[in-house]
Design a protein. Structure first.
Lengths: 54, 321
């Protein structure tokens, strides 16, 4: 008796995998840059970072 | 007589690219997302914001200045992305914009919307947290003005679209100034006014030789609804207001002699080119192209001279402090 065919869902093409990977790297780098920016700005401003004058 | 084609029943986003299967994985590259941010417009925004930031009195840590410029750039990118989301339908029928990522189907409208909203949120929140609330509020208003007031409302409904909508492009020097001082005064308002009155002659010069394109897309640009002659007169009138405004920082003591000479000479060239556009009997394509090209140089020279004369010293002092 034949087994029912497996539902493999959406299968990405190589091009789709490449663009997804490049997008993921770009998001990771952006988030890392944001973390570094907040860290360095906190060092630069010190406690004043909590004071935001209009 | 209106040149807008009767078939151009265009209202709102999501026609182009809508044929994509939503279950289909995205094919958008990082380059497509960068294109969504309109990098050329972004560079002009950053430059004018830098001038506002550099000429403002007071001190600002260089890293805070960098953060302010980064947020302004990202905010401009967000506005560009939201503009491409909403305008995908008209972008698809205009030669100049048909190859943008959304009409080309490389980025779905929903992706452009999500990207723009995310960037806008980050830019405003980070500017508010790390710089100051006034600058963040101005950036938020600028994005709102460009996307909602200009893109969604004025652009498709009135020939004065770029006159009022031009305010969005005029805000960046004010944001830069506010980032340093936490307040506003006459000087950044003057920089705002210069860009505000520069925008109509700049875009109408472009519209004069892209009239068919705008008409096909159903956009009521001035040459489309009022004709060439009226547009040429309006270009001349706005240039006659622009040039004195361009010179004004000099007599007001906000800029020095070098700026004054630059503003007078380049202003005279602007008036001459606007006069040539006005007097052209045939379709004013050549004169319009010259005016369009020179108007970019005009604004750049005014702001670059101001930066060199007033801002450079301030920037160096801040870096040395």
């Amino acid at each position: 008796m034949n087994e029912p065919a497996k539902d493999e869902g959406i299968v990405l093409t190589e091009a789709q995998k490449r663009t997804r990977r490049s997008r993921s790297i770009a998001i990771a780098l952006s988030l890392a840059a944001l973390v570094v920016l907040f860290y360095v700005m906190t060092l630069v401003k010190g406690p004043v970072v909590l004071i935001r004058p209009m | 007589m209106s040149l807008i084609s009767e078939g151009a029943n265009i209202r709102g986003p999501i026609t182009a690219g809508a044929g994509l299967d939503l279950a289909e994985p995205s094919i958008a590259s990082v380059g497509d997302y960068i294109a969504l941010m309109k990098p050329r417009v972004m560079s002009l925004v950053v430059f004018t914001a830098l001038v506002g930031l550099a000429v403002a009195p007071g001190s600002l840590h260089p890293l805070t200045g960098f953060t302010a410029l980064l947020c302004i750039a990202v905010g401009a990118g967000a506005a560009g992305s939201l503009n491409m989301w909403y305008d995908a339908d008209i972008d698809a029928v205009m030669t100049r914009t048909a190859r943008r990522p959304v009409p080309m189907g490389r980025v779905r409208p929903g992706e452009a919307l999500a990207f723009g909203l995310t960037l806008a949120s980050f830019a405003v929140v980070v500017l508010g947290l790390l710089v100051n609330l006034l600058a963040a509020a101005l950036l938020a208003f600028t994005i709102f003005f460009y996307v909602v007031v200009y893109t969604m409302w004025l652009k498709r409904s009135t020939s004065q679209n770029i006159v009022i909508g031009g305010a969005a492009g005029a805000f960046p020097p004010m944001i830069g100034w506010a980032a340093v001082t936490g307040s506003l005064s006459i000087e950044p308002v003057l920089l705002f006014m210069i860009i505000f009155f520069w925008t109509p002659p700049h875009f109408w010069a472009l519209a004069l030789y892209r009239t068919e394109d705008y008409a096909r897309a159903g956009i009521p640009m001035l040459p489309v609804v009022a004709g060439d002659a009226s547009t040429r007169r309006q270009i001349m009138l706005h240039t006659l207001v622009l040039v004195p405004l361009g010179v004004a920082p000099w007599p007001l003591g906000f800029a020095g002699a070098l700026y004054g000479v630059t503003a007078v000479v380049t202003g005279a060239i602007m008036v001459t080119l606007a006069w040539q556009v006005l007097r052209e009997i045939r379709p004013a394509e050549r004169a319009s192209r010259h005016l369009f090209a020179f108007s970019i140089l005009y604004l750049f020279l005014l702001f670059a001279t101001l930066l060199a004369e007033r801002g450079w010293g301030g920037l160096i002092a801040r870096l040395a402090a």
